[in-house]
Design a protein around this ligand. Sequence first.
Ligand code: NAD
Ligand code: UDP
Length: 313
Amino acid sequence: MRYLVTGAAGFLGTNLCLNLLEDGNEVVGLDNLSTGFSRNLELLKKNPDFSFVQHDVVLPLPGLGEFSFFYNLACPASPPRYQKDPLQTFRTSIWGAWNAIEYVRKTGTPLFHTSTSEVYGDPSVHPQKETYWGNVNPIGIRACYDEGKRGAEAMLSDYFRASGNPIKIVRIFNTYGPHMDPSDGRVISNFLNQAIEGKPLTIYGDGTQSRSFCYVSDLIAGMRRMEKSPAEFIGPVNIGNPTEFTLLELIDSIESVLGKKPEVEFLPLPGDDPKQRRPDISLAKEKLNWEPKVQLKEGLGKTLSYFREIREG
Ligand code: NAD
Ligand code: UDP
């Protein structure tokens, strides 16, 4: 099959492209390299079935021929990165979804959209089911991402209702693992790299906020199951690990993987930081027969080895 993957140089894009290539597919990766990790692209380019197009999805997509399937991942996902140029984050979510629809409208190529647990905002319902409509501050510093992703979900849903063309929407919860950019600012990349450098781990707030961390191979397996699911199942479906940890508990797990107690430093909590987050994955279990397999300590160990390895060149 021939796949188009936007955001291919990013963390999830690279893991997805590697998985598609391993399965013997041809992959065209498209990315504007704004938050992409150059090392990822070098790796993908080694495969003759991979080709790369540098392009910004806020502009209409160039003619790249027909595809069997279109994965739309382009968008910065780390809060400091998506907040750095919030208007561009909005454009990427909204115009990126629009340009993806324009590309597939005539051919009816299935369009897979990567949404996020951030559509639930700072959730007042816990754990989060797909039927929960969320609690998002529409004018806050996370809105460029949260509302951009909500807008894209709305647009895809209207496109589906109007055309009947196939779409798939997944809501991804915090994911970590190899091919993350060590400096992207998310909590696991920060903590592991601070630990490697012998620096204190920077806890924002008091560390009692919670997240549910999914190892990337589990996430990609869930996305591929969604790709292959019957056309009538369009989602949105939560894909994430339902085991919840406070940041203080995350640090305990990092301590056991490191084999020593890291120093910690408490810093101010950024605005609108969700207090808790945990996916209800009953729908993914029922419709995709999917659930994550990798436990946090195992995943942290593999991610730590990856970060150590890339430092050694
Ligand atoms: P990432 O920042 O590592 O990768 C995003 C990629 O998109 C980068 O290579 C970047 O250069 C590219 N990009 C950004 N804006 C673009 C634009 N305008 N045009 C073309 N390319 C552009 O992020 P990620 O973790 O790989 O996330 C991928 C997708 O999954 C995103 O849509 C994100 O919202 C979603 N998601 C990720 C997570 C997670 O935990 N990783 C959680 C929820 C949702
Ligand atoms: N966080 C932290 N220290 C860091 C980076 C993040 O304490 O160095 C916190 C952040 O404030 C949030 C949680 O860790 O409460 C998860 O942050 P991340 O940026 O990974 O993802 P989010 O779920 O907030 O989008």
